[in-house]
Design a protein around this ligand. Sequence first.
Ligand SMILES: [Zn+2]
Ligand SMILES: [Zn+2]
Length: 111
Amino acid sequence: MLPCWSIGLLVSTIMTYSEKLKDPRWQKLRLKIFERDGWKCVVCSASDKTLEVHHMRYRSQPWDVPQKYLQTLCSQCHRDKHFKKPEPPSPDALSKQETSAIFAALIKELE
Ligand SMILES: [Zn+2]
Ligand SMILES: [Zn+2]
């Protein structure tokens, strides 16, 4: 379990960040990435699904991320990307359900 303060911090970070994504600078960059990737998912090439821009790196300003760290993914591949765990979870990590809920919120709010 994460301590309460860190969940609070995470929530306030999500809120601030999601506000920033309404910024025209991000909206413009997002369209550029879709155009660069040909309006299709870079993983499965689907063009008939909801497309989202995935951040491989985060900066305090979403539009400050170099374009090579941004990629177009369909909502399905995007979810897979976030739920895939590179290392086995530690015993005090969040439960899978809690982690999924947080990532689902992140994906919805951030990208
Ligand atoms: Zn895909
Ligand atoms: Zn993402």
